[in-house]
Design a protein around this ligand. Structure first.
Ligand SMILES: Nc1ncnc2c1ncn2[C@@H]1O[C@H](COP(=O)(O)OP(=O)(O)O)[C@@H](O)[C@H]1O
Ligand SMILES: [Mg+2]
Length: 255
C-alpha cells in the first residue's frame, strides 16, 4: 500500500447489536486522500463498520462498541465529549438509495449551510456552485438550480447527494453502495468522479461490485463474518491474495 497520512485508525474494534456481535476485532488504517473499498458477502458487516465512523449506529437502540477504538485524525471519536454534529460534518455520507430532500437543487446543496446559520446569498451561491462543480453536476443543472431535485435522473440525484455532502467541507466521504441503484452509465460517472474527489477527500466505499472495487479503489478490505480477512492494495488483493478465503471470494467461488 502506498502510505499517505492516516485518516482513520481502527484498533481492535468489536461491535454488537444487542447480544449479537457483528464485528470482531477489526483493525485497519485508512489512508488519507485515497479510495478504500470494503468488500465481502452480504451481512459480513461492511455497512456496520462504515457507520461506526460517523457514529450513526448510535441511533440504533442496543447498538454498541464492545471493544476497541476509532481515531479520526488522531481523535478518539467515541469519547463522550465528541460533538456529533461536527463529527458528521467532517465525515459526510452517501447512501445506496439516493435521497435528496423535496426541495430545489440549490436548496438541497445549501441545506446544511443554512442550518449552520450561513445565509448570506452571495456566500451560498459560491459554495453551491463549487459543490455542484466538484460533484460533476454543475453543467447539467446550472440553468435550473431552482427546479425540484426530483426532476433529475437517478444518477444526477446521487451526484446531488454527493454535492450536498461536499458543501459541508467534509474531510472524509463514506459511500455505502452508492451505485447499487444506478444504471451502468450513471455508475461510470460516479466512478470517474471518485478519482477526482480523492484529490481532496478521503473516500471509503462499500461495494458488492468487485469490478467496481478494482476500477476505482486504491486499497481494499475483504470482510467475512464480521472480520477483516485481508487488507491491502487493491491490485495485490485481487491479483495475488494471501488468504484462501480472499482468493475464493475475488474469483467468484462464493458471494
Ligand atoms: N439494525 C440492526 N439490528 C440488528 N442487526 C443488524 C442491524 N443492522 C445490521 N444487522 C446485522 O449485522 C450484520 C452485519 O450487517 P451489515 O453491516 O448490514 O452487513 P453488510 O453491509 O456487509 O451487508 C448482519 O448479520 C445484519 O443482519
Ligand atoms: Mg450493507
Amino acid at each position: 500500500m502506498v502510505k499517505t497520512s492516516t485518516a482513520i485508525q481502527i484498533n481492535n474494534l468489536s461491535f454488537a447489536y444487542g447480544a449479537k456481535q457483528v464485528l470482531h476485532d477489526v483493525s485497519l488504517e485508512i489512508p488519507a486522500r485515497q479510495v478504500t473499498a470494503f468488500i465481502g458477502p452480504s451481512g459480513c458487516g461492511k455497512s456496520t463498520l462504515l457507520r461506526c465512523f460517523n457514529r450513526i449506529n448510535d441511533r440504533i437502540p442496543g447498538a454498541k462498541l464492545t471493544a476497541g477504538s476509532i481515531l479520526v485524525h488522531d481523535i478518539d471519536i467515541n469519547r463522550t465529549d465528541i460533538d456529533l454534529q461536527e463529527l458528521r460534518r467532517r465525515i459526510g455520507m452517501v447512501f445506496q438509495k439516493y435521497n435528496p430532500f423535496a426541495k430545489s437543487i440549490y436548496d438541497n446543496v445549501a441545506f446544511s449551510l443554512r442550518a449552520a446559520g450561513r445565509t448570506k446569498r452571495s456566500v451560498l451561491d459560491g459554495i453551491v456552485e463549487n459543490a455542484l462543480k466538484n460533484a460533476a453536476l454543475w453543467d447539467e443543472v446550472k440553468s435550473r438550480l431552482h427546479a425540484s431535485a426530483f426532476g433529475l435522473s437517478g444518477g444526477q440525484q446521487q451526484r446531488l447527494c454527493i454535492a450536498r455532502a461536499i458543501a459541508n467541507q467534509p474531510e472524509i466521504l463514506l459511500m455505502d453502495e452508492p451505485c447499487a441503484a444506478l444504471d451502468p452509465l450513471a455508475t461510470l460517472k460516479i466512478e470517474e468522479l471518485l478519482s477526482e474527489l480523492k484529490k481532496q477527500y478521503t473516500i471509503i466505499i462499500v461495494t458488492h461490485n468487485l469490478a467496481q472495487a478494482t476500477r476505482c479503489s486504491d486499497n481494499t478490505a475483504f470482510m467475512y463474518l464480521g472480520k477483516v480477512i485481508e487488507y491491502g492494495s487493491t491490485m495485490q488483493l485481487f491479483e495475488n491474495p494471501k488468504e484462501p478465503q480472499t482468493e475464493a471470494y475475488v474469483t467468484g467461488k462464493f458471494g
